[in-house]
Structures are given as structure tokens and as C-alpha cells.
Design a binder for this molecule. Structure first.
Ligand code: AHG
Ligand code: MN
Ligand code: MN
Length: 325
């Protein structure tokens, strides 16, 4: 157990949360694999040009986007750490077209969907970026295949994200709470710094790409206008950074459908579902503008979705204007 006065480490938190309870011990190993991988990514993020990890690979990923070298490096790091955890049966990743089915049919296999590096357009300009993870548990005895990854967001047993910002913070949401840990770079270990996160009742910020206003349909244009009239604009261009600020300070993030992108821009399985899970566990909400994100039945690994995410009352009022409900 942690020593009084000393901060609880992530390792201690994970052990005390699931030790002697038999279930989900493997989940602790998955969380530690994410933490260990994020430390490696953080080192590369901090070294950046010095470690020659910036710029593009000249390749285009399944999203049709130019792959940043750190996208690829982060993907490789987390696939390796998760595969080696001994408790992950399959991985879905933004940078990999098809699911990674991990060798060996692990008994309590977890299924991890991830955005290994979120905010790629900010990598080369030293602006906050992040990593996002949704965690599901396979059914006992299930032999996982590609379809095993297409699970509803409301079946997640945990979700986590890391924001590589002025500090490196890992936020872990489970069915009973949301907890934040800050990386002590001198020891390489995460310590509890934000126990029991809940979204504040007040909502000071709205986060949206105002450059898209001209391509919104009328109800959505009206909904964004109401946010603009009421709140201060904060938009980093890295979903994790915008969401983390809104989670701690209050705020709403909106990347709605537009006339060019009727399915939205962000990805359901490894952006909207995990952050929607975190938001709901912290007392917030996540919607497409028409339905709850976590209720969506996925059909494709990389499918996109509109995303309205943050303070529950503000999400609900925004959704009512967008959908006319
Ligand atoms: P990714 O780098 O994983 O592709 O995600 C980028 C996403 C998200 O982080 C951010 O909110 C959004 O792209 C910004 O989109 P715009 O540049 O269109 O505003
Ligand atoms: Mn992303
Ligand atoms: Mn990404």
C-alpha cells in the first residue's frame, strides 16, 4: 500500500484497484503497457528535431493522410508494448489498416483500439499532442477475429489518454472513476495528481474549428453560433489537448458533420468512443449531434463520426439545436 504523504504511483493504484479481486488483474498489465509506451513516446516528443523524429514518412495511411514519422513510431511502440503485456488479444490502430491479432490466445484477452499519436499536425510545431486508448474485454473462450474489434463504446471496461503537453498526464477512466497521473520524468513513473476527476458544473470554453463554419448546415451553424455568443474559444487542433482542458476546467468540443463530411472528421473507435467513455464517467456527455456516441453499433474499424463532447447540459442543448429535437 502507498506510504502516507508520498504520492501513489500508477503501479500502486492499479495493483490496489484490482489486487486480491481476481478479476481484471490483466487489465492492470494493459494499463502499465500503455504507461510504459507513453514514456517512450514522450521521450521522442521531447527530443523531436534533436532525435530526428519529425517530418513525414512520405506514406499515406488508411485515412488518406500523410503519415508523420512520430505517428508511425508511436504506433510501433504501443503495438509492441501491448502485445508483450500477455493480456492483449487484438489491437486496432489508426495507423494500421487491419486489426493486429496478437499471437497466442490469451485467456483474459483485452481488445485495445488506439490513436497512437493524436494531433499530428502539431507535432512539428511543439504544440501539445496525445495518445488515446479504448479497452474492451473479449468474451471468455472467444477466439478473436476482425469482427471482435467492432464493439459498442458502451461495452468498454476502461479508456485512457495521454497528453504530451507542458507536463505529461495520463488519464484513466474505469466504470467507477476517472483518475489523472502526471509523469515524473526524473523517475519515469506516473503519480496520482488528479484523483476522481469530474467535469466542473461551469462551462467557460467552446472548442471548434471556426474555419468550417461556412460548410455547416443551418441548424449546426445556429448551434455553433450560440456557443460562440456564450463561451470563450479555445482550439488547439489536438483533440486530446482540447478535451483534457475542457475535462478539467469545463468546456465543450464540437467537430460536427458538415456538407463536405457528412460522417464527420474524427474516428469513432479510437477517438470518440474512448473520450466519450471518459467524459461520461466524469459526468459529461458525448454525442454525434443526433445520438449518444457510446450507443453506436460500429460497422468499420476506421469509420468516422461527428463529435460533440463535454459538459452534459451544454452537449444536450447543442444537440437539441443541431437535431431539432
Ligand atoms: P490525428 O492527428 O490523430 O489525425 O487527429 C487529429 C484530429 C484531432 O486531434 C483534432 O481535433 C482534429 O484532427 C483537428 O482537425 P482540423 O485540423 O480539421 O481542425
Ligand atoms: Mn486523432
Ligand atoms: Mn492519430
Amino acid at each position: 500500500m502507498p506510504v502516507a504523504g508520498k504520492r501513489t504511483t500508477l503501479q500502486e493504484y492499479v495493483a490496489s484497484k484490482w489486487e486480491n479481486k481476481g478479476q481484471n488483474l490483466g487489465l492492470g498489465a494493459v494499463i502499465m503497457a500503455i504507461a510504459d509506451g507513453s514514456r517512450k513516446v514522450q521521450e521522442q516528443v521531447q527530443q523531436a528535431s534533436l532525435a530526428d523524429v519529425l517530418g513525414t514518412t512520405e506514406e499515406t495511411n488508411i485515412q488518406g493522410e500523410i503519415v508523420q514519422r512520430l505517428d508511425e513510431a508511436s504506433s510501433n511502440i504501443f503495438v509492441e508494448m501491448l502485445s508483450q503485456s500477455g493480456h492483449v488479444a487484438a489491437i486496432g490502430c489508426e495507423e494500421i489498416e487491419n486489426p493486429v491479432i496478437v499471437e497466442g490466445n490469451v485467456a483474459d484477452g483485452f481488445i485495445v483500439l488506439m490513436d497512437p499519436l493524436d494531433g499530428s499536425s502539431n507535432i512539428d510545431v511543439a504544440v501539445s499532442i496525445g495518445s488515446i486508448f479504448g479497452i474492451w474485454q473479449k468474451s471468455p473462450g472467444e477466439t478473436v477475429n476482425d469482427a471482435s474489434l467492432l464493439r459498442k463504446g458502451n461495452e468498454q471496461i476502461a479508456a485512457a489518454y495521454v497528453v504530451y503537453g507542458s507536463s505529461t498526464v495520463l488519464v484513466l477512466a474505469t466504470k467507477d472513476n476517472v483518475c489523472g497521473f502526471t509523469l515524473d520524468v526524473s523517475t519515469g513513473s506516473y503519480a496520482v495528481t488528479h484523483p476522481n476527476i469530474t467535469i466542473p458544473a461551469d462551462c467557460p470554453y467552446y472548442s471548434t474549428n471556426e474555419g468550417n463554419s461556412k460548410v455547416l448546415d443551418e441548424p449546426t451553424k445556429k448551434a455553433i453560433g450560440l456557443l460562440r455568443d456564450k463561451y470563450s474559444q479555445r482550439y488547439v487542433g489536438s483533440l486530446v489537448a482540447d478535451f483534457h482542458r475542457n475535462l478539467l476546467k469545463g468546456g465543450i468540443f464540437a467537430y460536427p458533420a458538415d456538407i463536405n463530411r457528412k460522417s464527420g472528421r474524427l474516428r469513432l473507435m479510437y477517438e470518440a468512443n474512448p473520450l466519450g467513455f471518459v467524459a461520461e464517467q466524469a459526468g459529461g456527455a458525448a454525442s454525434t449531434g443526433y445520438e449518444r456516441i457510446l450507443d453506436i453499433t460500429p460497422t468499420e474499424l476506421h469509420q468516422r463520426t461527428p463529435l460533440i463532447l463535454g459538459n452534459k447540459d451544454v452537449v444536450e442543448s447543442t444537440v437539441s439545436v443541431i437535431s431539432g429535437s
